[in-house]
Ligand binder design. Structure first.
Ligand code: HEC
Ligand code: HEC
Ligand code: HEC
Ligand code: HEC
Ligand code: HEC
Length: 214
């Protein structure tokens, strides 16, 4: 797996939160909030073992995100699909494509799965849960960008603390009807009938430290 965060930070941060006196925490947090790099991993797009294209599958073929990332509404993580999901189609479509060989091989040899490289990864000391955001009807596009237009997935947003808090302070522009969470082109401007202010009154994103550092 690609290491994109210094792992030592995973030990340092909880230690700071526990050990530092309250005044110290505020000073540290203040400095970090204003100076932490906002753009470090934006654009990160590792090569994958199979040249799977979201632009083709989610965009042109119109397959819903949840057909493959099927735990996104129930769990912390959005599961990356097993080979069997691909084989639902690829046992009949492009059956002799050389680039699909690792998928066919994994389907026959479950001990030899395709190892996708992680694109988005928070440090261990930050807590994130997809299902809560899905239930609050924040769309995938707010955090991942137009994945349906990406041939290779890249990280679109910084995933920094300042970025999380910007939306937690004012979630209203990012809310939509529950049925539209995977509609990548949906915008509030196109849907004046949607009452975002009323919806925002129903959600309470945490801004206190222990909301995201548990
Ligand atoms: C046909 C299956 C399929 C569909 C449909 C699909 N994905 Fe994926 N997705 C994958 C696979 C396989 C990967 C891992 C390989 C990669 O990163 O390209 C992945 C990776 C991702 C990642 C990066 C995960 C990481 O490592 O950080 C994101 C974000 C993502 N998908 C979002 C979406 C969104 C949003 C949609 C709907 C617009 C969608 N996907 C539709 C199969 C799918
Ligand atoms: C509020 C922001 C947000 C929304 C909305 C969101 N994601 Fe994510 N997603 C993230 C973050 C942050 C990570 C990295 C999580 C981690 O490292 O613990 C992530 C990681 C992923 C991954 C990699 C596996 C994992 O769960 O760590 C996939 C796949 C993914 N998202 C797909 C989706 C899909 C599909 C949707 C919409 C149905 C979606 N996400 C909506 C923020 C979001
Ligand atoms: C709902 C059906 C469906 C599913 C599910 C599906 N695919 Fe596809 N896939 C297609 C179709 C259709 C094409 C385009 C065939 C064409 O170009 O004629 C395609 C093309 C491809 C290609 C390009 C092959 C080539 O030789 O050009 C790759 C790679 C691929 N898919 C990977 C995957 C992976 C990996 C998964 C699982 C994560 C997956 N697909 C799931 C329908 C599907
Ligand atoms: C685009 C808007 C948006 C972004 C970006 C966002 N969130 Fe949230 N988050 C929300 C909303 C809205 C809620 C409120 C859910 C509710 O009240 O039902 C929420 C709730 C939460 C909760 C509370 C979960 C619980 O179990 O109580 C946590 C933790 C959280 N977010 C972590 C994060 C982290 C960490 C990030 C950054 C990596 C992040 N969020 C980015 C909108 C966002
Ligand atoms: C909405 C979620 C959220 C809240 C609330 C939050 N944090 Fe964070 N925090 C994060 C995320 C996500 C990261 C990881 C950022 C990264 O990897 O760039 C982080 C990183 C940090 C770091 C490491 C330095 C850095 O900026 O990368 C410190 C220290 C920290 N938080 C302290 C705090 C303190 C103290 C509070 C309360 C005043 C707080 N956090 C509230 C999400 C949150």
């Amino acid at each position: 797996m690609a290491v994109i965060f210094p792992r030592a930070a995973n030990l340092l941060i909880p230690a700071l939160l526990v050990v530092a006196p309250p005044g110290g925490i505020a000073a540290v947090a203040g400095a970090w909030y204003y100076f932490s790099p906002e753009f470090t991993d934006v654009g990160y797009a590792p090569d994958q073992p199979v040249p799977y294209s979201h632009k083709l599958h989610a965009g042109e073929l119109g397959i819903d995100c949840r057909y493959c990332h099927n735990t996104v509404e129930q769990g912390h993580r959005a599961a990356v699909p097993p080979t069997s999901t691909c084989m639902n189609c690829h046992k009949v479509v492009k059956t002799d494509s050389p680039v699909l060989e690792p998928i066919r091989n994994a389907a026959e040899n479950p001990d030899d799965p395709v190892e996708w490289t992680r694109v988005h990864l928070l440090p261990d000391y930050a807590y994130f849960d997809h299902s809560v955001h899905m239930a609050a009807s924040v769309g995938c596009v707010s955090c991942h960008g137009r994945v349906d237009q990406m041939v290779t997935v890249h990280q679109e947003e910084p995933l920094s603390m300042g970025w999380c808090l910007k939306c937690h302070k004012n979630p209203e522009p990012n809310l939509r009807p529950a049925g539209a969470i995977t509609e990548m082109a949906w915008t509030q401007a196109d849907h004046p009938e949607f009452d975002a202010t009323a919806r925002a009154g129903e959600v309470t994103p945490p801004q206190h430290c222990s909301g995201c550092h548990r």
